[in-house]
Design a protein around this ligand. Structure first.
Ligand code: NAD
Length: 437
């Protein structure tokens, strides 16, 4: 099927590329000229495992093209929206990108078209988009909600192997088009769940806020474990084996970040408030996360005091999670500002996110070319993102390089006993590592 994707960011680029891989003829549209130039040359502007290979393969096969011209959607039976919905000034999802595209595209289409919204939007947005398109369109159309559940770092895998495809529509014609688009995925076992638009839009917020809640809950258990003398790793194993709970999203750490969880928790809270509903859990989730993002700084200040003027720390990991270069709402940024504010010198390393960080904060830190190099001249090490390459580094090497032999591990990547054997003062999250254990 000929389809278009408007917005070629993390969701749009992955969706467009994977739909081409599934055999569709895909046109990706973006207003960012540089991005489109790069993509035409087969270069992905984002780091996502497996994406570049798939991108090049499908460009070469003639199934995937990139443009800045919205008119190039002409002839598409389906048009996906994968546009930003950042928090507006009041925390509500800012729908201006979505509405603008709806306005611009409505006079262009010249045959029945299904507009499929993949952006995360509050309940009622599908009908809002429909009323905007209605004003400019001279053909019949449907607007469908089709939330995206891919995870950055696993985006290609998740899109190609979805556990479910949620479709919100009351139109049987639109449903047929979606079934045709997703047929290759349904055949491979994805559950195709059709519901009304409002429930579909709510499903996305419910999924993300539930996961954010799971993370915050586990961080609370970790903090309490530290106080009472339990080890959260053992607790995680103990509860994760219960299939009602599941093993995923139970790692204690320094809070969630990224472009989705923080904004979606906030946006759902705003929706609740609009309806005078006090969604108590959401507020607690946000408070716990804000506190957790500061926990490493608190531990460092406990150890070294407020004045860090003569201290140099290595920081491993800047992306909000491994296998992505995305630094939106990444805990690393807050940690860097807090430590620089106290006078510390920082040598930071990330396998993929350095360019993005440098664009955001400039040269207030030193950028190291490798994890080893970041340790040079450092008094202590701070682990912010659990890239796999970090856990392969031997504790003995850390002990040799770090002047104070201190490691503040926000992701619990090292074994407590091995660190102790290497004579390292090791602070991790919820593992009682600060006591003799
Ligand atoms: P993004 O910022 O990476 O990409 C958005 C793209 O839209 C950008 O390339 C931007 O240039 C482009 N754009 C903006 N205005 C445009 C216009 N008028 N015409 C064409 N292109 C335009 O955002 P993202 O992370 O891909 O997220 C998109 C949506 O999907 C959001 O609502 C987000 O909440 C949701 N979502 C994101 C993820 C994720 O992991 N990133 C997962 C699921 C859902």
């Amino acid at each position: 099927m000929k389809v278009s994707v408007i917005g070629t960011g993390y969701v749009g680029l992955v969706s467009g590329t994977c739909l081409a891989e599934a055999g569709h003829d895909v046109t990706c549209v973006d207003i960012d000229d540089n991005k489109i130039k790069q993509l035409r040359a087969g270069k992905s502007p984002i780091f996502e495992p497996g994406l570049t290979e798939l991108l090049r393969k499908n460009i070469t096969a003639g199934r995937l093209s990139f443009t800045t011209e919205l008119r190039d959607v002409l002839g598409s039976k389906a048009v996906f929206f994968a546009l930003p919905t950042p928090p507006g000034g009041d925390g509500q999802a800012d729908l201006s990108y979505v509405i603008k595209v709806a306005e611009d595209i409505s006079p262009i289409v010249d045959d029945y078209t299904v507009f499929i919204n993949k952006s995360t939007v509050p309940v009622g947005t599908a009908s809002k988009i429909a009323s905007v398109i209605e004003k400019g369109a001279h053909v019949s159309f449907d607007v469908v909600s089709n939330p995206e559940f891919l995870r950055e770092g696993f985006a290609v895998h998740d899109f190609m192997n979805p556990d479910r495809i949620v479709v919100g529509t009351s139109s049987s014609q639109a449903r047929g088009v979606l079934e045709e688009i997703y047929k290759p995925f349904i055949v491979s076992g994805a559950e195709f769940i059709v519901m009304d638009e409002a429930s579909s839009e709510m499903t996305k917020y419910a999924a993300n806020t539930f996961l954010a809640m799971k993370i915050s809950f586990m961080n609370e258990i970790a903090n309490l474990s530290d106080l009472v003398g339990a080890n959260v790793d053992n607790v995680r194993q103990g509860i994760g084996a219960d299939e009602r709970i599941g093993r995923r999203f139970l790692n204690a750490g320094i809070g969630y970040g990224g472009s989705c969880f923080p904004k979606d928790v906030l946006a759902l809270d705003k929706v609740a408030r609009m309806y005078d509903y006090d969604f108590k859990i959401l507020n607690a989730v946000m408070e716990v996360n804000a506190r957790q993002k500061r926990i490493l700084v608190d531990r460092i200040v406990e150890r070294y005091g407020e004045n860090l003027k003569n201290k140099t720390f290595a920081i491993w990991g800047l992306a909000f999670k491994p296998d992505t270069d995305d630094i939106r709402e990444a805990p690393s940024i807050e940690i860097i500002h807090e430590l620089i504010g106290r006078g510390a010198k920082l040598r930071v390393y990330d396998p993929e996110a350095i360019d993005n960080v440098q664009k955001l904060i400039g040269d207030i830190v030193q950028y190291a070319p490798s994890a080893h190099d970041a340790l040079e001249t450092a008094d202590g090490l701070i682990i912010v993102t659990e890239w796999q390459e970090f856990s392969a580094i031997e504790p003995d090497l850390l002990a040799k390089k770090l002047k104070d032999k201190t490691v503040f591990d926000g992701r619990n990547i090292f074994d407590i006993k091995e660190m102790k054997d290497a004579d390292i003062e090791y602070v991790s999250i919820g593992r009682n590592a600060r006591r003799e254990f």
